[in-house]
Design a protein around this ligand. Structure first.
Ligand SMILES: CCCCCCCC/C=C\C/C=C/C(=O)SCCNC(=O)CCNC(=O)[C@H](O)C(C)(C)COP(=O)(O)OP(=O)(O)OC[C@H]1O[C@@H](n2cnc3c(N)ncnc32)[C@H](O)[C@@H]1OP(=O)(O)O
Length: 286
């Protein structure tokens, strides 16, 4: 909804066509892999990913996330906090099984919805924060960096470790990382395939705060969202979009080209062999 109107004109404010009332958030036609809770006092919506065991970004979870983000925006919540119902994993990133020997049409659909999810989070008109209450590797980290603020619990890891198993990332994913971290740190971390511990992530600025518990993390995210109380919401939204314009345009100017490059790369023996070894490694861990 909002995202689609932005594709036409990034600088325009979407007319609010949504008619649901603030407290009547339901998960409508989605698969129920996300839940939305709106705090009565603050009006802030907490969006939880709920796909056991590790919130892998499957087609259905990504669909539900986009649907939920749209609902939260349409219901004029004051802000959105993204978190997980799992107490060890925020999100394990893209569902690796979708990338292994993929059906070509399904792979195109999968990558397109991943692009859509990134756009939905990146362009969300209301303030966004991530309460990272577990590990956040790869696309889990990219989702967190698409939010405006990150609070993380101790003893977990976050980062884009794609090169460890011969994956590349698209430029828009790198830009998302780079919107939070200095370029030299991103270059090094991406090339190393580095996963940062919570403490390291705080030190480099990948996260903004550490919290002692999920409850505290949610409270810290809510406090961040409260810092915009004096800003006019429309001016804030326009300013956010202006700040993010170049990163978003990088994807929008050639979405089809990005899709082609990704599909081509995923089909290479280099990628498939690296992925196969990675999947074996995950099995052998047990
Ligand atoms: C020119 C441009 C080219 C661009 C080309 C683009 C190509 C795409 C490439 C890049 C983008 C990639 C983005 C990604 O997000 S890829 C996903 C990367 N994620 C990971 O590697 C995470 C792997 N998982 C883990 O490290 C751990 O699971 C954990 C730390 C998240 C949690 O550990 P733990 O609690 O111990 O759980 P388990 O490891 O036991 O896992 C439980 C269960 O879940 C399975 N699983 C875990 N992660 C994934 C996953 N990402 N996809 C699918 N399945 C996953 C795991 O195998 C276990 O399964 P089980 O044995 O059947 O129980």
């Amino acid at each position: 909804m909002l995202r689609n109107s932005l594709i036409g004109s990034l600088r325009q404010i979407k007319p609010i066509l949504c008619s649901q009332s603030l407290r009547s958030l339901s998960n409508g036609a989605n698969s129920g892999l996300t839940t939305i809770e709106v705090d009565d006092k603050s009006g802030i919506a907490t969006l939880s990913m709920n796909l056991p065991p590790v919130n892998t970004l499957t087609l259905n979870l990504m669909h539900d996330l986009i649907d939920s983000i749209n609902q939260i925006e349409c219901n004029k919540s004051r802000g959105l906090i993204l978190t997980s119902s799992n107490d060890k994993v925020f999100s394990a990133g893209l569902d690796l099984k979708e990338l292994y020997k993929p059906d070509q049409e399904r792979l195109k659909e999968f990558w397109t919805i991943f692009q859509d999810l990134w756009l939905a989070l990146h362009l969300c008109g209301i303030p966004t924060a991530a309460a990272i209450n577990g590990h956040a590797p790869a696309a889990g980290c990219i989702m967190a960096t698409a939010c405006e603020y990150r609070v993380m619990l101790p003893d977990f890891v976050i980062g884009v470790h794609a090169t460890r198993f011969s994956f590349l990332v698209s430029k828009w994913m790198m830009l998302s990382y780079q919107s939070v971290l200095p370029r030299r740190i991103v270059e090094r971390a991406l090339n190393q395939g580095k996963l940062f511990s919570t403490q390291e992530a705080l030190e480099v600025g990948l996260i903004d705060e550490v919290a002692g518990s999920k409850k505290e993390a949610l409270a810290q995210c809510a406090a961040f969202i409260g810092t915009f109380d004096k800003a006019n919401p429309i001016a804030r939204t326009l300013t956010k979009r202006m700040c993010r314009d170049s990163d978003v345009t990088e994807l929008l100017r050639d979405r089809a080209g990005d899709l082609r490059a990704c599909v081509d790369y995923i089909n290479t023996p280099l990628f498939q062999e690296g992925l196969s070894a990675h999947l074996e490694g995950l099995k052998e861990k047990k």
